[in-house]
Design a protein around this ligand. Structure first.
Ligand SMILES: *[C@@H]1O[C@H](CO)[C@@H](O)[C@H](O)[C@H]1NC(C)=O
Ligand SMILES: *[C@@H]1O[C@H](CO)[C@@H](O)[C@H](O)[C@H]1NC(C)=O
Ligand SMILES: *[C@@H]1O[C@H](CO)[C@@H](O)[C@H](O)[C@H]1NC(C)=O
Ligand SMILES: *[C@@H]1O[C@H](CO)[C@@H](O)[C@H](O)[C@H]1NC(C)=O
Ligand SMILES: *[C@@H]1O[C@H](CO)[C@@H](O)[C@H](O)[C@H]1NC(C)=O
Ligand SMILES: *[C@@H]1O[C@H](CO)[C@@H](O)[C@H](O)[C@H]1NC(C)=O
Ligand SMILES: *[C@@H]1O[C@H](CO)[C@@H](O)[C@H](O)[C@H]1NC(C)=O
Length: 603
């Protein structure tokens, strides 16, 4: 059995190689010349068989090895008439086909949907007609499909394309109902087709058209929304009662054990010379306590902490973080928080809750806290490698070590696991609320750990100038409420940041700030360019596939409608899958490369 498999695999491999050898740059050039001679064009194409295809033909891009054509960009070249069979359809290494804004018509040639490598198909602003072919399902790698402003008719076929990120069939003459696989796309993907119906457009009205029909759907909707409101009210009440019962027992239990409190001696007046240090608000007269969490192995007290040599690590939205080195050599991070929006009792209860759910390898441990009228301190374990933000954006210009793709994936997986744990342990109403790259801290072996857990819910909502929106989901800016789905959004922005190397918030060393979701969407929508990715990553072309996959995950997370975002659990699975498929694909693709390069050498 095994031997047979091996033999078959070998034969398949040889066949594959044979294909690679026969379908080379020469046949690509041939197909292009046939296209140029069959399709009239207003602007001249400088495609001359005596010139090198990869470097001098307008609109043509080859792979790095210069062995295959992988992209055609001919927007607005005045191409008209139909695309004949056996021209572009023969370019079977093509990834990008952009023929937008021409006068092409007729139906889509049947061989284009059989180009296995096609990822980006831009045919908008032409006059293609006929049906959108079902055979597009063969394009398993298709990422963007732009067919808007054509004359396509008939129903949209069911497209099971898992990699499809962007679909636009607006402004055609399509009819029928939108297939379920495409209902996740926004209204603007479909509008301008007067006989198209179903989610996300208005309901289809089957089967006969009668004058009373247009009224009914709206009535139905109203009833539904009253039911929904009732549901929410009742659900809310039940939840409140459950929460009250839970809290009652929880606190009762807490009273008995768990917290080991250290009573602090009054701080001698002379000790507070550094007035802007984190201890300046500690009142000597107050009976102060530094509260440690159960299981914490630290044995310092507040006095030790105030005596420690401190160094500012950074100023965040909720306060300043200091690195404090205690006499005994222990290093901790002290966060001095301002703008606490709750009273002492609530603060303490909240911190106990946070201390309990925050025990996870991907969450930065909170060791202790201190609360007085003028000073609120949180003591965290010190993470030696610093923050993801510093690693991504720090020292870009001066010979830094770039963060490689494997490490970026590892960090994002760790962070995702941490957030997922918070969501499952904290319950439906507990969100992190402040996921961003400066709150992802790294252990010595680049494990991503989530920091600042539990702060956002008890803080006054920070003022958001448009420039500082950064990681906030659109609904958070309106409601000032954090949810699991808003955490997913913020994490999506973080993934886009990892991929693009661009900062969504201003930082000292890096002034360029972009609205990442919007920017990435626009790049994907317009014309695919590898420019979306961090140039530091582009040195390793074999990871592009994975990067595109990660981009999909990121874009799914930053969906505008919260319900369309995946759960954090799903995100963990998706990132983990990327990794597990990676090892096998990796080997295959490097084998592929080797065979390709050996082909180059054969005359
Ligand atoms: C192709 O280039 C050669 C030499 O550069 C030139 O003689 C020939 O006319 C060109 N052919 C076309 C179709 O432009
Ligand atoms: C395509 O356009 C040309 C003129 O540009 C026209 O003669 C031809 O009939 C059109 N074909 C179809 C199928 O619409
Ligand atoms: C699409 O794939 C199916 C099965 O994989 C194959 O039978 C069919 O010929 C393909 N169609 C095109 C247009 O390549
Ligand atoms: C596009 O094609 C349709 C028929 O398929 C035709 O009626 C229409 O005039 C064409 N539009 C343009 C701008 O050529
Ligand atoms: C799409 O996928 C569903 C299930 O995953 C399957 O039932 C359906 O036949 C598929 N449709 C096409 C056109 O492949
Ligand atoms: C859609 O339009 C075509 C003509 O383009 C027509 O034959 C078909 O019956 C229409 N289907 C629906 C569901 O309206
Ligand atoms: C689809 O194209 C139309 C017209 O260009 C545009 O207004 C709309 O925003 C696009 N929608 C998407 C989802 O790309």
């Amino acid at each position: 059995m095994k031997l047979q498999f091996k033999a078959i695999a070998t034969i398949l491999f040889l066949l594959h190689n044979l294909c690679v050898i026969t379908a080379d740059l020469k046949s690509d050039a041939q197909a292009l010349l046939q296209f140029a001679s069959a399709v009239p064009h207003v602007r001249k194409l400088n495609w001359n068989s005596t010139d090198p295809v990869c470097t001098s033909w307008v609109g043509i891009t080859c792979n790095d090895e210069g062995t295959r054509v992988i992209a055609i960009h001919l927007p607005g070249h005045g191409l008209f008439g139909p695309i004949p069979l056996n021209t572009i359809g023969k370019l079977d290494a093509l990834r990008i086909l952009s023929l937008r804004s021409n006068f092409l018509n007729g139906s889509l040639p049947s061989d284009i949907p059989s180009i296995p490598s096609l990822q980006f198909l831009y045919l908008q602003n032409n006059n293609f007609s006929g049906n959108i072919p079902q055979t597009l399902n063969n394009l398993t790698r298709l990422t963007a499909l732009n067919l808007q402003f054509n004359s396509f008719t008939g129903p949209i076929p069911e497209l099971n394309l898992t990699k499809l990120l962007l679909l636009n069939v607006s402004h055609n003459s399509l009819n029928g109902s939108i297939p379920s696989s495409l209902q996740k796309f926004p209204v603007s993907s479909f509008e301008g087709n007067s006989f198209l119906c179903g989610t996300p457009l208005s309901q289809c009205s089957f089967p006969t058209i009668s004058p009373s029909l247009p009224v009914r759907p709206t009535e139905h909707k109203k009833k539904l929304s009253i039911a929904a409101i009732l549901g929410i009210v009742i659900g809310g009440l039940v939840l409140l009662i459950i929460l009250a019962i839970f809290l009652f027992f929880f606190l009762k239990k807490k009273d008995k054990d768990s917290v080991s409190e250290l009573t602090i001696k009054a701080v001698p007046p002379g000790k507070n010379e550094k007035s802007d240090d984190f201890g300046s608000g500690v009142q000597a007269a107050e009976k102060n306590k530094l509260v440690f969490f159960e299981g914490s192995s630290y044995s310092f007290d507040l006095e030790d902490l105030l005596r420690a040599s401190a160094e500012v690590l950074g100023k965040g939205s909720y306060g300043t973080a200091y690195k404090a080195i205690l006499d005994e050599g222990t290093t901790v991070v002290v966060k001095r928080v301002r703008e606490v929006g709750v009273a002492k009792k609530e603060f303490e209860q909240h911190m106990e809750f946070v201390g309990t759910i925050g025990r996870h390898p991907n969450i930065v441990p909170l060791c202790a806290y201190y609360y007085s009228k003028d000073e609120k301190l949180l003591v965290y374990e010190y993470m030696i490698t610093g923050s993801l933000s510093a690693l991504l954006h720090g020292n870009r210009d001066i010979g830094r070590t770039p963060l490689d793709w494997e490490t970026r994936v590892k960090i994002s997986l760790g962070a995702a696991k941490g957030i997922s744990h918070i969501h499952s342990e904290g319950g439906a109403r507990f969100a992190h609320g402040n996921i961003k790259s400066s709150n992802i801290l790294l252990t010595a072996d680049f494990n991503g750990c989530v920091s600042d857990l539990g702060l956002a819910p008890i803080m006054n909502f920070p003022l958001t100038k448009p420039r500082f929106i950064g990681y906030y989901a659109p609904e958070v800016i309106e409601t000032h409420k954090f949810t699991h789905k808003s955490d997913v959004y913020s994490f999506g922005v973080l993934l886009l940041e990892l991929l693009t190397g661009k900062a969504p918030l201003p930082s000292s060393s890096h002034d360029e700030v972009v609205d990442l979701p919007r920017w990435v969407r626009s790049v994907v929508r317009e014309e695919w360019t590898a420019e979306v990715f961090d140039e530091e990553l582009m040195k390793h072309p074999h990871v592009e596939e994975e990067m595109v996959q990660m981009l999909q995950i990121g874009l799914a997370c930053v969906a505008r409608v919260p319900d369309n975002r995946p759960s954090m659990d799903d995100v963990v699975k998706m990132i983990a899958d990327l990794r597990s498929s990676d090892s096998s694909e990796h080997r295959a693709s490097s084998e592929d490369n080797r065979s390709k390069s050996s082909n180059v050498q054969t005359p």
